[in-house]
Design a protein around this ligand. Structure first.
Ligand code: IMP
Length: 207
């Protein structure tokens, strides 16, 4: 069954990403479309509605999203679950990153709150995590997890990217992620690295 579905994707090169996050979808498209894949997302399937992320880890949530959508659309589906971990907050917000401090609270406020809380703290380390799951209904075909390490800057800088990028300082380039071009972000980011692993896997599987 898996093989049959794989062949459908080989021929169409269609990929469904179980996400409504415009920033994330843009990054998937930037990396996959130049290679001939057509990327669809939950924005193309409003009838699927909300998927409750009840997992306790990024991988569990990625699997829940990918397998739910795979069952509804009857084809292989890819999902990413990602987030920010702040060392001084024992890894919070983690899997709750998008809803943390209120789903509709502007990111500027969330980031300034963190900067304020870390004002006198020495440990400013943070990390982005990205888990990707590929599911064929209830069958998990593959999972990947990748990271990007940074530190929480003392001020917000840059307009690129999305979410927490303006305060995520990437030391090797001495810039926040929001100051990097999307090409550079996709090279070094948690999601970029996970998508590269996904692409290698797709190629090996001949998908
Ligand atoms: P998800 O849609 O449940 O995977 O939540 C991902 C959330 O993690 C986003 O809404 C952001 O809050 C945060 N996040 C994940 N990746 C990034 C990134 O590349 N830049 C900025 N924020 C990110």
């Amino acid at each position: 069954m898996t093989q049959v579905c794989s062949i459908i994707i080989v021929m169409n090169k269609d990929i469904i990403i179980a996400s409504k996050n415009i920033g994330k979808i843009k990054e998937f498209k930037e990396m996959l479309e130049p290679l001939g894949y057509t990327v669809f997302s939950l924005l193309d399937y409003p009838e699927i509605g909300e998927i409750e992320e009840t997992g306790k880890t990024f991988i569990e949530n990625a699997i829940i999203k990918a397998s739910t959508v795979s069952k509804k659309l009857n084809m292989i589906c890819i999902s990413d679950d990602s987030g920010l971990e702040i060392s001084a907050f024992d890894g919070a917000p983690g899997i709750y990153s998008s809803r943390w401090l209120g789903e509709y609270t502007p990111y500027d406020l969330k980031m300034n709150y963190v900067i304020y809380k870390l004002e006198n703290k020495e440990d400013r380390r943070c990390s982005y995590v990205c888990a990707i799951a590929v599911c064929d209904k209830d069958k998990v075909l593959m999972t990947f997890e990748e990271y990007c390490e940074g530190i929480v800057s003392r001020e917000l800088k840059g307009n690129n990217g999305f979410g927490y990028d303006p305060f995520f300082y990437y030391e090797p380039y001495q810039k926040t992620i929001a100051e990097l071009s999307s090409e550079v972000k996709n090279e070094i980011s948690h999601r970029g690295k996970a998508i590269k692993k996904l692409l290698e896997w797709l190629e090996n599987e001949n998908i």
